[in-house]
Design a protein around this ligand. Structure first.
Ligand SMILES: Nc1nc2c(ncn2[C@@H]2O[C@H](COP(=O)(O)OP(=O)(O)OP(=O)(O)O)[C@@H](O)[C@H]2O)c(=O)[nH]1
Ligand SMILES: [Mg+2]
Length: 367
């Protein structure tokens, strides 16, 4: 299209030729003040989501152009899914530019969470992954927690340069930038956001001053994210919407917990103790005897044990078992993108099941 017009909602290049292709805008809408492609328009006004046929590599190539810039990078991750959203390939993507690591969505964590420990843990996770960060912040883009403090830090660190906000799909990059736009101009929801991965399709530049911008970028796909394995309806259920209420289960050995039918934890061996479960409040947790667990799953997955719904079930890889012998107290078994279970006393053997491709991990609890 003439002058390469860009959709203000998602950053895609606009075109008036093919309604089926991304970036379509009816010619008549080009006169409007606010240029939105058909997809953004439908998402905003009808909450209708069209799947985009763009390869994840296209986004990766686009975002990797940051390594040729001189800028500040804000790496946004989802605090509820650190393993799934901390980009190990970040140094390759952003080159030598300084990185601020920002954990988003702290509003979802229980109030009891020790944020100092969490911050410390994020520092060490970044270091472990070979990512050199200048500082770590914990924020909530939706409620604005710590945004003023972060804004000051960003202004100081950027030294008049551009700021790129980079991260895996769905961590809240566009919501984050919308907060800044709202604070400086009063305009709400300037950029399109949604709970589906893959909302932003191109760079969106928000001017900071005459020569520099705050830049939203398309999310990098992480195929191991639970979001890619479940239906839209299920994604709504498993995504926490408000503060998570930990659910406690007193378990004896040879008992099993099902998290819907998407994950499972067997308490194989150990003394009776409390298992504290951190999942979206809408995810049902079902307790059963270990000896009955296999048959219950076979009979009830998609029924009593749901999500998965029918759509997810058609796509869902089989659950894979991981065995852990845990000696330390306060250990978390993490089901990325779904939640985690804190084992208080330790000295246990557990089997943790998640769909093949979603890597279960363990960590020291930050509570
Ligand atoms: N609870 C909570 N949800 C958030 C927060 N920030 C963003 N979200 C939600 O996370 C989802 C994804 O937000 P987006 O801003 O579209 O994420 P994105 O990183 O721009 O996603 P892509 O453009 O697909 O890469 C939406 O449902 C947001 O409402 C937050 O601080 N807390
Ligand atoms: Mg976005």
């Amino acid at each position: 299209m003439e002058n390469n017009l860009i959709c203000e909602g998602c950053g895609v290049e606009l075109q008036t030729i093919n309604e089926k292709e991304i970036g379509y805008i009816p010619k008549s809408s080009l006169e409007k003040n606010n240029l939105l492609c058909k997809r953004c328009f439908q998402l905003r006004h009808y909450n209708k989501h069209e799947t985009v046929a763009l390869e994840s590599d296209d986004f990766l190539d686009m975002v990797s152009s940051i390594n040729t810039t001189d800028s500040l990078v804000v790496h946004l991750i989802d605090i509820f899914d650190v393993e799934g959203t901390l980009l190990k390939s970040l140094p390759r993507i952003v080159g030598a530019n300084p990185i601020l690591l920002v954990g988003n969505k702290v509003d979802l964590l229980p109030k009891s969470t020790n944020q100092r420990k969490l911050k410390h843990w994020l520092f060490s996770k970044a270091k472990e992954a070979g990512i050199n960060v200048v500082d770590v912040y914990l924020i909530s883009s939706s409620i604005g927690h710590q945004l003023d403090e972060l804004a000051v830090e960003m202004e100081y660190r950027r030294q008049s340069k551009d700021i790129y906000v980079v991260g895996v799909t769905n961590v809240g990059k566009s919501t984050f930038i919308n907060q800044f736009i709202k604070r400086s101009t009063g305009v709400k929801e300037a950029i399109t956001t949604s709970y589906f991965p893959g909302t932003t399709l191109g760079f969106i530049k928000i001017p900071l001053d005459r020569d520099s911008s705050l830049i939203d970028t398309p999310g990098i796909m992480n195929r191991h994210q639970m979001a890619h394995y479940v239906s839209k309806t299920d994604l709504k259920v498993i995504t926490p919407k408000k503060e998570i209420k930990p659910r406690n289960y007193q378990l004896n050995e040879s008992q099993t917990l099902f998290f819907g039918g998407l994950a499972r934890l067997d308490f194989v061996k150990g003394d009776k103790q409390t298992f504290v479960c951190y999942f979206a409040n809408e995810v049902p947790i079902h307790r059963t005897k270990l000896e009955n667990a296999d048959s219950l799953y076979e009979r009830q997955v998609g029924e009593l044990l749901s999500p998965p719904d029918e759509v997810t079930l058609n796509e869902l890889p089989p659950l894979v078992k991981n065995s852990y012998r845990i000696s330390d107290e306060y250990t978390d078994i993490v089901f990325p993108g779904l939640g985690w279970v804190t084992i208080l006393n330790g000295e246990v053997t557990v089997n943790a099941y998640a769909p093949k491709g979603v890597a279960v991990s363990i960590r020291k609890s930050f509570n």
